[in-house]
Design a protein around this ligand. Sequence first.
Ligand code: UTP
Length: 291
Amino acid sequence: MTKRKPIKKAVFPVAGLGTRFLPATKVIPKEMLPVIDRPLIQYAVDEAREAGIEQMIFVTGRGKTAIVEHFDVAFELETMMSERGKDLSILEPTRAVPGDIITVRQQVPLGLGHAIWCARAIVGDDPFAIFLPDELMIGSPGCMKQMVEAYNEVGGNLISVLEIPREEVSSYGVIDPGEENGALTVVKGLVEKPPVEQAPSNKIISGRYILQPEVMRTLENQEKGAGGEIQLTDAMARMIGSQPFHAVTFEGRRFDCGSKTGFIEATIALALEREDMGAEIRAITERLLGR
Ligand code: UTP
């Protein structure tokens, strides 16, 4: 196996407007909405740490400071909790290693591709991961760990994909699939939000990426794509042919927490599995359904 440059950096674009959750997201960033008791951003950061990633780069915007605060020490809260003999271990995953959280600003949300490009100076010449925190990926091992394992085998660029009903593809980035080998599929092409009849497959990009730093140079051109936004999918599509490009079919579950119904689905599914509340939530659900 060739020695690959390890994936130690991850970019979390969190500068979007979150319009689908208004008015909840007028003041609170979408990424801070909790699924039960963990904000979305923390699920993503925990998944990154599990995959061996050390540097978390948040691309933030106006009104997003709560995301950075979440990973800081809450001195008053912790002092008071200690004085009252309360267990602080629940806060442990929110303590970042000093220096491991880096923020850059995207002043105007011009699109996902533009958000990623804002992190170019920190990414430098290293391959890096991307997490869209509103896509909640639940698996064991986690999605990024599965991708890093695949990266160690094939190198180059990887995106996580999943299959959805064909009639829904026009809301997503879709791959043109080539040869398949287990969970890995060669990517021959990528298209953002295609009309259903023009979609090359029903395999959609699902919020996790490992990319080579050259993508930043492609994003440099700032060309606008679907929806008038600077699209990451278009920049990645231009790299196909010059660098290896694979899709990894994630073994696990994905919840689209950028949509209200997906968010509710995630909350119910994870609550039903929790030891501390699963039985109670099941009873409540059954009562609500009149069973
Ligand atoms: P979405 O497409 O979900 O957009 O972005 P959004 O603004 O968050 O939400 P809606 O559609 O208005 O409800 C996917 C991810 O990319 C980030 C978002 O923060 C989210 O994590 N993003 C998007 C940026 O950081 N900058 C952008 O310009 C666009």
